[in-house]
Design a protein around this ligand. Structure first.
Ligand code: PMP
Ligand code: GLN
Length: 382
């Protein structure tokens, strides 16, 4: 057995979703919408399925989806991308991130990671024999400690993995923060893997800025998107990487050994989706912003400390004001078993033991009635 994998626990999302099912809890844990994606996207995929688009598509992705990804890069960010050489379609962002890490990391290389961090990053960095250098954001505003970040870069740094908008914090990195990171990446002659799966889910006028659009970053960034989030179709597992052709060559080699390709009919649906008009993308963030507001207002009414969320599916909360006597794991367990509402303990997003243990993450990508019912259950429990 592989020692690193033996030592890796089952993902918190699986653990908490199973607990939610066992206890009949409303699942505000794992981040997936309880509503379907756009009908035209689903119909385009269904039509492709019936039209016989069912055999291996090209390894880097179907040409119409690669073209759609390139066009979206131009439309949203002014990036000129060659669809034939600079886009790789993957089985979800999860595979994309792994392929990007594989593309640049050698054993002994250092990779800078920002805590709290999404749970797949660290095991993959370690499996590649690379050395994680962790830097923590400072709650409750999730500020970037710049001096610590700068100190994490050194002669062995090969890459930084940056997630904005960020899971679980809902933080959208500011332009000034991105410029600071870009300067470090350029000075240390390294790469950035940019997990931008929530790129279209930003609120209050916050705009997502890809690190790739900053000066000097075009050749250094691998930008990862996910159709799961952009079209509320998380089970489809269609991801895409945009990067310079030299890097893309290596990402493709990693991808060909991981999955080689991904469902051609679903790729067709997403190609149609990415061509949707601006109103779709604006509507998506407006709908989620209203859900964030609904859940945030309800949680503060119940006495939670609600931390700011500028993007993503998630709100992080401080449950200490409720007077709960225990850590976040105990809190989320009690909430599931007793209140019958599931949240995710934020310590699951930390690699080290001394993480803050008084935060719980709630997903608001749910129907309004479900959010209201969850709030009512918690009110009765508190
Ligand atoms: N990165 C982040 C930050 C995520 O929250 C998620 C999942 N929801 C992923 C990557 C994985 O995306 P996908 O489902 O497309 O693999
Ligand atoms: N990204 C989702 C979340 O943070 C979960 C994805 C998964 O279950 N692997 O909730």
């Amino acid at each position: 057995q592989n020692d690193l994998l033996s030592a890796t626990g089952t993902t918190i999302f699986t653990v908490m979703s199973a607990l939610a099912t066992d206890h009949g809890a409303i699942n505000l844990g794992q981040g997936f919408p309880d509503y379907d994606g756009p009908e035209d996207v689903i119909e385009a995929a269904a039509a492709a399925l019936k039209d016989g688009r069912n055999q291996y598509p090209p390894m880097s992705g179907h040409p119409d989806l690669r073209q759609a990804v390139a066009s979206a890069n131009r439309r949203f960010y002014g990036l000129e991308v060659d669809p034939n050489a600079e886009v790789i379609v993957t089985s979800g962002a999860t595979e994309a991130i792994t392929a990007c890490l594989m593309a640049v990391l050698n054993p002994g290389d250092e990779c800078v990671l920002i805590e709290p961090l999404y749970d797949t990053y660290l095991p993959v960095v370690k499996l590649l024999g690379a050395i994680p250098r962790l830097v923590r954001l400072t709650p409750p505003k999730w500020e970037l400690p710049r001096a610590e970040l700068a100190a994490a870069f050194g002669p062995k740094t090969k890459a930084i993995l940056l997630n904005t908008p960020m899971n679980p914090t809902g933080k959208v990195f500011t332009h000034a923060e991105l410029a600071f990171i870009a300067d470090l990446v350029a000075r240390h002659d390294c790469y950035a893997i940019c997990d931008e799966v929530y790129e279209h889910l930003t609120f209050d006028g916050w705009k997502h800025v890809p690190l790739m659009t900053l000066p000097g970053m075009r050749e250094r960034c691998m930008r990862v998107g996910s159709a799961g989030k952009t079209f509320s179709l998380t089970g489809w597992k269609i991801g895409y990487v945009t990067c310079d052709r030299t890097l893309a060559g290596n990402v493709a080699k990693a991808h060909q050994n991981l999955t080689f390709t991904t469902a051609p009919n679903l790729q067709r649906g997403i190609a149609v989706g990415l061509a949707k008009d601006d109103a779709y993308f604006e509507g998506l963030s407006a709908t989620l912003q209203a859900k964030r507001d609904r859940l945030a207002a309800g949680l503060s009414r119940l006495g939670f400390g609600v931390l700011p969320t500028q993007g993503s599916y998630f709100i992080t909360t401080d449950f200490r004001p409720l007077g709960f006597n225990g850590d976040d794991v105990a809190f989320c367990r009690a909430l599931t078993v007793e209140a019958k509402v599931t949240a995710i303990p934020v310590t699951a997003f930390y690699a080290s033991q001394d993480a803050p243990s008084h935060y719980a993450r709630f997903a608001f990508c749910k129907g309004d009635a479900v959010l209201d019912a969850a709030l009512a259950r918690m009110e009765a429990w508190i």
